[in-house]
Design a protein around this ligand. Structure first.
Ligand code: FPP
Length: 257
């Protein structure tokens, strides 16, 4: 079947000869993080309740996961619920907390077929049992998969993560299992919830908002940032590949010249 994204992908067989505009398959970001914003505004524009936007946004998750997997992205972290999102109206929070139990039964077969591994970054305590069991079941069912890691940031907040990391580290110092002279960026990273994941190379935020909203504050230090006005429910594979192509045009200097 003709691949509708061929114009972005170039020729998958001939990795060294992509067509233009194209993605260089030898320079794909290892880790892409996405702030899936604009669900509420997307719904409002259509005269729908906000939760309809979240539902439509949920349907977009698998599509973009497969698009990322197709070009060789190794980790895709999606900001699904922040530690601040508990402040939203009770009905909206309840709706968001029910999404995993709808999403995984519907999508897990295809994700397994694509060798995708599910994981979660965030605090499991305070998630409702039904939310946690849906996600834990998906993690368990995909734990031997070796392809793309689809990492849901759920009940996640960057500042809380940094403070919790410092607390854990101080405890280890007091217990004598960590020595302050060993503290550097690498050892501190091991106290983050993303301890075993590489830092994101690329952050995408949808909906035109230009802020980090407490997402992966430690890990995004050297990430390339890319923003689009598209609301998350209307974010397509094509826009995703535009972000990748733009990433590939950037020169990452990490403070050097
Ligand atoms: C922000 O948009 C979006 C969220 C808080 C929720 C994102 C979650 C999903 C897209 C579904 C995740 C799927 C699973 C399976 C967990 P907003 O409501 O803040 O948009 P607005 O700024 O327009 O109001």
């Amino acid at each position: 079947m003709l691949n509708p994204f061929k114009k972005w992908l170039g020729n998958l067989e001939k990795k060294d000869a992509p067509i233009s505009p194209s993605i260089d398959l030898a320079n794909v970001p290892t880790h892409v993080a996405i702030i899936m914003d604009g669900n509420g505004r997307w719904a409002k524009q259509r005269g729908l309740p906000r939760v309809a936007g979240h539902h439509s946004g949920m349907k977009n998750v698998k599509k973009i996961t497969i698009a990322a997997n197709d070009i060789g992205v190794k980790v895709l972290t999606m900001y699904a619920f922040s530690t601040e999102n508990w402040k939203r109206p009770k009905e909206e929070v309840e709706f968001l907390m029910k999404l995993p139990q709808e999403f995984f039964p519907m999508e897990i077969a295809e994700l397994v077929e694509k060798n995708v591994r599910i994981r979660m970054t965030g605090w499991k305590e305070s998630l409702p049992d039904h939310t946690l069991s849906a996600i834990e079941d998906a993690i368990e069912r995909t734990k031997h998969n070796t392809g793309l890691i689809l990492n849901f940031a759920l009940n996640y907040g960057g500042r809380k993560e940094i403070l919790a990391g410092i607390q854990d580290m101080v405890q280890d110092v007091q217990a004598g299992t960590f020595h302050m002279e060993d503290l550097d960026e690498e050892t501190f990273s091991s106290y983050m919830l993303t301890e075993d994941l590489p830092d994101p190379d690329l952050l995408i935020r949808t909906s035109g908002e230009l802020r980090l909203s407490n997402f992966l504050l430690w890990q995004l230090a050297y990430s390339e940032l890319w923003f689009t006005d598209a609301y998350w429910p209307e974010f397509t594979e094509d826009i995703f590949y535009q972000a990748i192509a733009e990433y590939q045009r950037r020169a990452r200097r990490y403070g050097g010249i």
